[in-house]
Design a protein around this ligand. Structure first.
Ligand SMILES: *Cc1c(COP(=O)(O)O)cnc(C)c1O
Length: 466
């Protein structure tokens, strides 16, 4: 068993959290329609809903807030951010946005027309939605290794270059951009190798398709590369990140992840003419091009976060903490997605509850179990989130796996908090045969998991159905 890395910081300012008594948690569940998105954050003890925008800032970042220059045009914090991003990526043109999806909206508005294609290792949800919103078609070519969730293949975040190449050959002129997601969020925060980025870049160049990165977790990706890719071992993380950015023409960034900030994002690119077009749109949708919808102080927090995030001491702790939690959960009986990703642990709820069929949402059963047993908020990533009704046969289509994601906010929880999560899972595991399925009472036509209301089924129904 690996040891939990020692937190490379001490606590200077605290935010109290309290655990509601069990009967109160039951009441909150009932009121929320057993949907954890409907529960107030104050009623959650340990919140593992997302790693997005939930980082704890450093004293340098908090100090930077007071250095916010709130001038409309040309504030000094923009120039700091610009300098940091140029240094990290090598891309000369830097445009701030209020978060990642705003960057997606701007770039795709200019790049995509109806019927165009975007190819990716896997589009993140909002990225896919922004492509579809333009009437264009997002196509994913994840590495085939990610289908086997138990294998230890080190680069499950890669793009399948053979499929990329044949798709570009078959659709000349129709693919407007190749977008590589670092790390590949939708397959579990798995990294993409330098070798893979280089091969993909060569294919894109040959077919004259621009290559962009969705760089939300570029530092975690570079850390994995430094640990797993022989040709890169021993190189500083910042240089590895730069080697990957060198393969592309630009990037989109949600600074709510590896920006170590609570809000923010940017677009960075080589092409000056494209940057000029982006800035013209930016002023309509986000703000003048030196603030892009952010306060000067937010720009400073992002700039300083980006300076901190490639620190190898921080990354060893960060990625090590997530891996440690994965191993602790496995020790308590959980089947988890392997290898453990950079920002989250994924538990296979289908394996935990073989008696609950996909149509009764075993993942939701586990997510509710975590709240009921321990006041812990997680998120179902299975049939509730991705299940569909086939429009022709009217039969349910279920995703391949019924998962629950435990996303770990950066620099927020200690070993003792995460051990509590593992001990709570041990309780759930002991009672696993009594866990029950759910039925949907209300759902919206799109993204139903955010607002659905569910009812817990009586035990007997689940057993018959299983
Ligand atoms: C979070 C995320 C986005 C969207 O960014 P927001 O800041 O949430 O708008 C895009 N891509 C990836 C990979 C992400 O994780």
């Amino acid at each position: 068993m690996t040891k939990h890395p020692v937190e490379p910081f001490r606590i200077k300012s605290i935010e109290p959290i309290t655990q509601l008594p069990r009967h109160e948690r039951e009441r909150k569940l009932a009121e929320s329609g057993c949907n954890l998105f409907n529960i107030r954050a104050a009623d959650v003890f340990i919140d593992l809903l997302t790693d997005s925008g939930t980082s704890a800032m450093s004293e340098r970042q908090w100090g930077g807030l007071l250095r916010g220059d709130e001038s409309y045009a040309g504030c000094r914090n923009f120039f700091h951010l610009e300098e940091v991003v140029r240094d990290l990526t090598g891309y000369q043109h830097v445009v701030p946005t209020h978060q990642g999806r705003a960057a997606e909206h701007l770039v795709f508005s200019l790049m995509l027309e109806k019927g165009d294609y975007v190819v990716s290792n896997t589009h993140f949800d909002t990225t896919r939605a922004n492509v579809l919103y333009r009437g264009a078609i997002p196509v994913d070519f994840p590495d085939p290794s990610c289908e086997d969730v138990s294998s230890e293949y080190p680069f499950k975040g890669n793009i399948d270059c053979a499929r990329l190449e044949s798709f570009l050959q078959e659709h000349p002129g129709r693919v407007k951009v190749c977008l590589l997601t670092l790390t590949n969020n939708s397959v579990g925060g798995q990294p993409l190798s330098v070798a893979n980025a280089r091969t993909a870049a060569a294919i894109c160049r040959k077919h004259q398709v621009p290559l962009f990165f969705d760089a939300a977790r570029f530092a975690e990706n570079a850390w994995f590369v430094s640990q797993r890719e022989d040709s890169q071992s021993g190189r500083p993380v910042k240089e590895i990140a730069r080697t990957i950015f060198d393969c592309g023409d630009g990037c989109l960034m949600s600074a709510k992840k590896d920006g170590l900030a609570n809000i923010g994002g940017f677009i960075a690119m080589r092409d000056e003419a494209f940057a000029a077009q982006i800035k013209e749109m930016l002023v309509i949708f986000e703000g003048f091009h030196t603030y892009g919808g952010l306060a000067g102080r937010d720009l400073e927090a992002v700039a300083r976060g980006l300076e901190e995030v490639t620190d190898p001491g921080y990354l060893a702790y960060r990625v090590g903490q997530v891996e440690w939690l994965g191993n602790r959960l496995a020790e308590e009986g959980a089947t988890i997605v392997r290898p453990v990703g950079g920002h989250a642990v994924f538990i296979d709820a289908g394996a935990l509850y073989p008696h609950i069929p996909p149509g009764e949402f075993p993942g939701q059963s586990l997510a509710v179990g975590f709240y009921r047993e321990g006041g812990i908020r997680t998120v179902e990533i299975g049939s509730l989130m991705f299940g569909e009704i086939d429009p022709e046969t009217h039969l349910s289509i279920h995703p391949a796996h019924e998962l629950v994601r435990l996303a770990i906010p950066r620099r927020v929880y200690t070993e003792s908090h995460l051990d509590y999560v593992a001990r709570t899972f041990a309780e759930i595991y002991r009672g696993r045969e009594k866990a029950r399925g759910f039925a949907i009472e209300y759902q919206s036509p799109f993204l139903r998991h955010f607002t659905a209301r569910l009812r817990e089924l009586p035990a007997v129904v689940s057993i018959h159905a299983g």
